[in-house]
Design a protein around this ligand. Structure first.
Ligand SMILES: Cc1cc2nc3c(=O)[nH]c(=O)nc-3n(C[C@H](O)[C@H](O)[C@H](O)COP(=O)(O)OP(=O)(O)OC[C@H]3O[C@@H](n4cnc5c(N)ncnc54)[C@H](O)[C@@H]3O)c2cc1C
Length: 326
């Protein structure tokens, strides 16, 4: 529920909108199920709906209050100060407040929503993790342009709408609508050892956390594990190395499916991520982000190695099917 409430808050959802959703959801249920929706069935659905809605409305009210804004008042105009190509398909946007006012603080691991008007007139909103060091003057997000592809079952999957729109059309000086930061995958402020595990564009919350740890001189023991297709496709590759080198107690392992002509080494490996040789200290807190099959496989390995489930924190860059897949 906390995850949903955070996403709702980043979209500016307000209590009155639950009434609208209720109306159309229940009309749809009646249309699809017809006479099966007896008064008793309708009353039961109604009760469940409002049980969930009231919980979310309460959580969202707390999130708005913690951000110091009226319910739903989360959108800000930001200007692209710089854009930096991270890899062939991923670009970092350095965003500055259009009104020049200081930006609110955020917790490492949080994200913002970005709203864009697409050529067909539709307003679409997506979430992007904050990757930069803490700053009151700029926020940084990295966007991977999701390509069109043919899925293993032969069906076509179109190019991602918003990511490609941002990648192709957003340049220095352009304005964009960005929400305040939200998200419950946040780095806890304690001294437990950290294991940050990511694949592909799932590196972004980890880069945000590492930037925070490096900027604050945090003495925690940190192990960084990242898997990618190749060094050329690894977004934030050089920054990751530099951040790990800045932290006295950090180690890094990277796995690439294709190393080109480069040789594997002690910390750069050929193939898929393999955690069997990675040392995991007791009480380690794990942060995990990447494609769902990757995360499920890492979680299985961690649990085999006696890491308690409550020490494994994760972010899903899409519909959250983690729980049902687990
Ligand atoms: C908390 C959070 C943090 C995130 N952080 C980042 C980040 O830091 N960087 C980043 O790049 N992304 C991040 N994401 C993902 C991001 O929000 C978007 O989901 C991503 O950019 C894709 O959006 P899109 O509009 O380009 O793709 P969409 O148009 O939404 O498409 C998404 C996928 O669905 C497929 N699809 C769409 N329509 C169909 C169809 N009709 N049939 C079959 N398949 C279809 C597309 O091919 C694509 O693979 C994050 C997501 C969350 C929830």
């Amino acid at each position: 529920m906390s995850r949903i409430a955070n996403k709702h808050a980043s979209l500016g959802i307000t209590a009155d909108q639950y009434v609208i959703v209720h109306k159309y959801l229940f009309e749809a249920i009646v249309e699809v199920l017809g006479e099966a929706v007896t008064p008793e069935v309708a009353a039961a659905w109604d009760e469940v709906y409002w049980l969930m809605a009231d919980t979310l409305i309460g959580l969202e009210a707390d999130l708005y209050s913690a951000s110091g804004v009226q319910a739903g008042d989360v959108w800000r105009r930001m200007v692209v100060g710089r854009r930096v190509l991270q890899s062939a398909d991923t670009v970092t946007f350095i965003l500055e407040p259009a009104d020049g006012e200081p930006l609110p603080a955020y917790r490492p691991g949080q994200y913002v929503s970005v709203g864009v008007r697409l050529p067909d007139g539709a307003r679409q909103i997506r979430q992007y993790s904050l990757v930069g060091a803490p700053s009151q003057s700029e926020w940084q997000i990295s966007v991977k342009a999701v390509p069109a592809q043919t899925l293993p079952d032969g069906s076509a999957s179109p190019a991602g709408e918003v990511s490609n729109h941002l990648y192709r059309n957003l340049f220095e000086g352009d304005e964009v609508s960005v929400s305040l930061p939200f998200g419950d995958l946040v780095l806890e402020d304690d001294d437990a050892p950290l294991l940050l595990v990511s694949a592909g564009i799932g590196c972004t919350p980890m880069i945000g956390m590492l930037n925070h740890l490096a900027a604050t001189g945090d003495p925690r023991q940190v192990s960084v594990l990242h898997a990618d297709r190749s060094p050329a496709q690894h977004a934030h590759r050089a920054e990751l190395t530099e951040l790990v080198q800045r932290m006295p107690f950090a180690v890094m392992h990277r796995w690439y499916e294709d190393l080109g002509t480069r040789a594997a080494g002690d910390t750069t490996h050929l193939g898929r991520a393999d955690l069997s040789a990675v040392q995991i200290e007791p009480d380690t807190q794990v942060y995990l982000c990447g494609p769902l099959p990757f995360m499920l496989s890492v979680r299985e390995t961690l649990m085999e190695r006696q890491v308690p489930a409550e020490h494994i924190h994760y972010e899903v860059f899409g519909p959250d099917s983690w729980a049902s897949a687990g």
